[in-house]
Write a protein that binds this ligand. Structure first.
Ligand code: NAG
Ligand code: NAG
Ligand code: NAG
Length: 387
């Protein structure tokens, strides 16, 4: 399904390396751009909140394979290693983001940042899905709830309105990825394209309201990611597999209608961010183009060090694209690939550390951010090395 013509060019990989990594090395000043990072989102950004919720009874045993590459144990990140937020944090000279729930009430853990993102979280509130009979992974973790946690948390960070505005104005806000699950949950539960498409404006509204809340509290710099090309994700490829080749892009092997859905969502998000920029002219609202950052990898995987046909997951129980919803990565019967650094997809829904590193490099280099991230912060540390 995917062509092999794009799978040759090691030279352009090296050129990319030189162009995007070396200029960053030239700068020496550490942590000059932001004093902290404050993050909201779902499993693409979670660094341990869902694991804490699921393990409140202490009954969750070690989940194999997750965290294997970098941390060598499961941390609650949905990857074999670091995620995009980890690479961003390190690049701006800040430590990995402490998850809020496990360190609740402990101000010292959050000096340089705090992460409210929870795996499974939606932008819309639970009742939206409850009314429609759509099941959620966990209750009461939506974006609105994460904002409530943030407001509860603020007194740990600052004690007067002025001090809070000051602290928040020097923080980098990661607003997402959030919204993807508002579509994943219904799509995976068999809801139609027509129905799920009607959710899009409400999801955009929820994200826009959250941005407005943090801006009014004092946020000055926000990074807001769009959605990945859903038609390239192993779980979608497996669940929506059809034999009609017309439904797939010849170049990448991704499913057309699902990528069109992501593009539609991203267009509306971009439009809303334009509107927000007009409302808040002294705030920098950066769009992070996750779609383009990932599709570029699928268009020439070898150029970025990945295997030639990268649509299958590294960790799973076999089957189409190595994704099976009744036997997922970490469950008994699952195995992990030998070389996760050559895979884009980790468990069928989330990506590998190698893919996240690549995406983060593109975002921080300014290639997939608008306005370019480098205009806000060019004092970047080199992206963490491979081991
Ligand atoms: C769950 O909690 C128990 C008890 O605190 C702990 O021993 C165990 O390692 C935790 N599981 C995971 C996967 O973190
Ligand atoms: C949801 O979480 C919020 C904030 O932590 C809390 O105030 C509320 O009682 C919770 N609601 C439910 C239904 O658990
Ligand atoms: C998915 O996993 C279940 C449980 O292990 C197994 O019974 C089923 O055959 C698998 N399906 C495919 C298509 O591999």
């Amino acid at each position: 399904m995917s062509s092999s013509s794009s799978c040759t060019n090691i030279l352009s990989f090296l050129l990319t390396f030189i162009v995007f990594v070396l200029p960053a090395r030239a700068h020496q000043s550490r942590g000059a751009c932001f004093t902290s990072i404050i993050s909201f989102g779902n499993s693409l950004a979670d660094t341990g909140n869902l694991l804490f919720i699921l393990n409140k009874s202490g009954s969750v045993s070690q989940v194999p394979y997750y965290g294997e590459t970098f941390f060598h144990h499961p941390t609650g990140r949905f990857s074999d290693g670091r995620i995009i937020a980890d690479f961003i944090a390190n690049a701006v000279g800040l430590p990995f983001l402490a998850p809020y729930l496990p360190h609740y009430g402990d101000g010292r853990s959050f000096k340089k940042g705090v992460n409210f993102a929870v795996g499974g979280a939606t932008a819309l509130n639970d009742d939206f899905f409850d009314k429609k009979g759509i099941k959620l992974v966990a209750k009461n973790i939506s974006l609105d709830v994460q904002l409530k946690w943030f407001k509860e948390f603020l007194p740990l960070m600052c004690s007067s309105k002025e001090e809070c505005e000051d602290k928040l104005s020097s923080a980098l806000f990661l607003m997402g990825e959030i919204g993807g699950n508002d579509f994943n949950h219904p799509f995976f539960q068999g809801r139609s394209f027509e129905e799920v498409r009607t959710f899009v404006p409400s999801v955009i509204n929820a994200i826009s309201s959250a941005i407005t809340v943090v801006v009014e509290l004092g946020a000055k710099t926000l990074l807001v990611p769009g959605n990945f090309p859903l038609g390239c994700i192993s779980a979608y490829l497996s669940i929506f597999h059809v034999s009609n080749v017309e439904d797939y892009y010849e170049e990448t092997g991704c499913i057309k209608w699902l990528n069109e859905f992501s593009k539609y969502y991203n267009q509306l998000l971009i439009k809303e961010l334009d509107h927000l920029r007009k409302m808040h002219p002294y705030t920098t609202i950066i769009y992070a183009d996750y779609y383009q950052a990932l599709i570029t990898i699928y268009q020439s995987p070898e150029k970025y060090g990945f295997q030639c046909s990268p649509l299958g997951a590294c960790c799973g129980c076999g089957g189409l694209y190595n994704y099976n919803s009744s036997c997922m990565c970490g469950e008994s019967g699952s195995t992990m690939c030998m070389e996760p650094s050559r895979y884009v997809q980790w468990d069928g829904v989330h990506l590998t550390e190698a893919a996240y590193r690549n995406i983060a490099t593109g975002l921080l280099g300014g290639k997939y951010t608008n306005p370019p991230f480098t205009e806000t912060c060019s004092l970047l540390e080199p992206i963490g090395n491979l081991e």
